[in-house]
Design a protein around this ligand. Structure first.
Ligand code: CA
Ligand code: CA
Ligand code: CA
Ligand code: CA
Length: 270
């Protein structure tokens, strides 16, 4: 014989389910945070070709993170010049890259690109040409992983090429991890990264600073930086996992209800 469980037990089950859902949503929100640069740190829409103040921190994934270019060759990675918000698809002379496969304009993803530039990305402070020392990314606390995208690593002056070195350091300047991009191919080469992202990821203990240095050979250089996950997490549950989690919680409630019905209403064999 089946009996409804007392309301208190049902409430407990629903509360557990709700708590699990809220925990999931909070966790997913934290893990999935990505800086698209489609908004300034204060939430406003950036202005094309304007600077991101070197002390204007984005607050994301529980950390504060700032961006700026190091132009002074003094042996220290110190941001001294603002990175620039570049508007995707605008036609002025301030831009981040040439979009050969998107029709020859600037700052537009190649049709079919798996990632999106959205409305804005960050670029170098000067026009396309000689590159500063590095883009420097500073954290207010230690983190253990990060990922991001550098777009359009190619070259308009083959056999010279664009290439980037991304490095992570501790607060005391010890190298934690680094990764080297591919060398840029002719942008007319279908296998080049013209209008496409190269995704990097770094991990290790005590990361407090990240640098992106130009290590290529061409003198016609632009950096297009976007979709930065400052504290990349490896295990972001999929919506299907959430559905399974929800089903599991509901099954638990049903099981408890059934047990309650059995123990209180049906004689047990012994
Ligand atoms: Ca963007
Ligand atoms: Ca310096
Ligand atoms: Ca522009
Ligand atoms: Ca290009």
């Amino acid at each position: 014989m089946f009996r409804f469980a007392p309301p208190r037990l049902v409430n407990y089950g629903l509360r557990s389910c709700l708590a699990l859902s809220i925990t999931y949503l909070l966790t997913a929100n934290v893990q999935a945070g990505i800086l698209t640069f489609d908004q300034a740190p204060n939430g406003s829409t950036p202005t094309d070709n304007s600077g991101l103040g070197i002390n204007d921190a984005y607050h994301i994934n529980g950390v504060e993170v700032t961006f700026g270019f190091d132009t002074i060759a003094d042996g220290t990675w110190t941001a001294d010049t603002p990175a620039i918000f570049e508007q995707v698809g605008d036609s002025d002379s301030g831009n981040g890259f040439q979009s050969y496969y998107a029709g020859g304009g600037h700052d537009v993803a190649r049709p079919g690109a798996s990632s999106s530039l959205g409305d804005f990305f960050l670029r170098q402070p000067n026009a396309i040409g000689a590159f500063p020392e590095a883009l420097v990314i500073d954290y207010d606390q230690n983190i253990s992983a990060l990922s991001g995208e550098i777009w359009d690593i190619d070259t308009g002056s083959f056999p010279s090429y664009e290439q980037w070195l991304v490095s992570a350091y501790t607060a005391s300047g010890a190298l934690v991890d680094s990764t080297l991009s591919p060398q840029g191919l002719r942008q007319t080469d279908i296998n080049s990264l013209d209008g496409l992202p190269w995704t990097f990821s770094l991990s290790g203990n005590g990361i407090r600073k990240v640098t992106i240095e130009f290590v290529g050979t061409t003198s016609i250089v632009g950096l297009a930086f976007d979709n930065f996950n400052p504290t990349a997490a490896s295990a972001v549950p999929e919506p299907t996992s959430f559905a399974i989690l929800g089903l599991g919680a509901l099954s638990l409630v049903a099981l408890r209800r059934r047990r309650m019905g059995v123990s209180s209403g049906t004689p047990q064999a012994s």
